[in-house]
Write a protein that binds this ligand. Sequence first.
Ligand SMILES: O=P(O)(O)OC[C@H]1O[C@H](O[C@H]2O[C@H](CO)[C@@H](O)[C@H](O)[C@H]2O)[C@H](O)[C@@H](O)[C@@H]1O
Length: 269
Amino acid sequence: MAQPCEPDAALRSALERFADQPKILIALDFDGCVAELVADAADARPVPENAEAIAALADLDGVDVAYVSGRSLESLRELAQPPQGVLLIGSHGAEKDLGEDAPGLELNTTETMARGQIISTLEEVAADAEGAWVEHKPAGAALHVRNVAGDELGEQVLEHGRAALSLVDGAYLKNGKKVLESVVVLATKGEGITDLREHTAPDAVLFAGDDVTDEHGFAVLDGEDIGVKVGDGETAAGHRIAEPKDLAGVLRLIVQRRSASRSDTRPTP
Ligand SMILES: O=P(O)(O)OC[C@H]1O[C@H](O[C@H]2O[C@H](CO)[C@@H](O)[C@H](O)[C@H]2O)[C@H](O)[C@@H](O)[C@@H]1O
């Protein structure tokens, strides 16, 4: 496996200041950030070096780690295998596991009907396009076109999905990488990060993500917070790394900096 690229100088110095804060929250997107993007959504797994760094961070005092994902909580738990204590935001902010008794996502009758219509509408669209498939999710569904031959055809299938969904009352749309999601509960990753901030009361937050929906997360950062965009594309994040494997360099720097400062301040016996 290729080694992660080290963070550039600007990111490095921001990370050092961040790691020196008494209490920090590290919030991570999953697909395309902790895990590489893959053809079959069920095959996504954390890059091993990222998983190791996440486990090390989750063990440190004063550090909260969270996944903030578009996936359902069920899928996130299964694929990300988060270490104990890692907080989870799923379904783009509509589902939460903040380590306490929290009611699961409950849809009212209107939302349940709209979700059913979203699923049947997208299944019809996918049935007409080889390689397209529909992921059923707690708050709606996602039309995937990563396995449709050719970018242009994939975009046409997504456009067909958007047009068909415009006839479904209560269907909100979210665009992602080779995917069109439709949900009946309006929530964003920005709200998810705000919930995490209220729950953990950190001095600063780091959020890393790769997709359009992650921009809602970058938008709620301020002060000593750090936004890290993974890959290409316009972003409001202040920093960028090239690919998921490079996240390990970012996370390891925080682990090393905090571990070093703890051993410096430990009283000599
Ligand atoms: O917010 P995330 O954790 O990044 O989740 C966003 C969506 O990720 C998944 O789809 C994406 O990743 C798949 C696996 O690499 C890829 O095949 C697909 O093309 C991508 O769009 C997931 O299936 C969705 O439910 C998430 O909302």
